[in-house]
Ligand binder design. Structure first.
Ligand SMILES: [Zn+2]
Ligand SMILES: [Zn+2]
Ligand SMILES: [Zn+2]
Length: 164
């Protein structure tokens, strides 16, 4: 199992999440350096908060956490930081949950297919180029030029399916 696929899977609750966070932050660091983007303290902090777990985080929760840690941040500033992280492919916005999730593979452009567990809210990314290509082809068949696609698939992860 390679690093990037590892991070795309549903991981058992007892996995070493410190590893996930360390890898995500190192990747973000490198990506910003390569693209000449400014990885400011706030942007870094917001990304860390999003990577707190493999569950999506709402903007309000991010604001709360920042304020709790004594780092008062105005909502527009936090929204701008989120916008930056999304633009840089470091974070995905899940529309169905109105929440954010860290991208495990931001260095490769992809249109995400997200598996969202309804029970524990864990999220895994498929990023299957066959699926994206098929969607593009089917859309083109209707004369539609698709520019962006995000598939959000709801269900149960293996652990929750077993528990239920
Ligand atoms: Zn993890
Ligand atoms: Zn991604
Ligand atoms: Zn689950």
């Amino acid at each position: 199992m390679t690093d990037s696929t590892l991070a795309n899977q549903f991981l058992p609750p007892n996995h070493d999440h410190g590893d996930c966070v360390a890898r995500a932050m190192a990747t973000a660091e490198a990506l910003c350096r390569d693209r000449g983007l400014r990885f400011t303290r706030l942007r870094r902090r917001v990304l860390e908060l999003i990577w707190d777990s493999h569950k999506p985080v709402g903007a309000y929760d991010i604001l709360e956490s920042l304020n709790r840690s004594g780092k008062r941040a105005a909502p527009p500033t936090v929204y701008r930081a989120l916008g930056f992280l999304i633009e840089a492919d470091l974070v995905h916005r899940l529309n169905s949950l109105n929440a954010f999730i860290g991208c495990a593979d931001p260095q490769h452009s992809h249109s995400g297919q997200f598996l969202i567990c309804r029970e524990c809210l864990s999220v895994a990314e498929l990023d299957d180029s066959d699926i994206s290509a098929l969607v593009l082809a089917k859309a083109a068949g209707l004369g539609f030029s698709a520019v962006d696609q995000m598939l959000e698939i709801q269900g149960l992860c293996r652990d929750c399916a077993r528990g239920g």
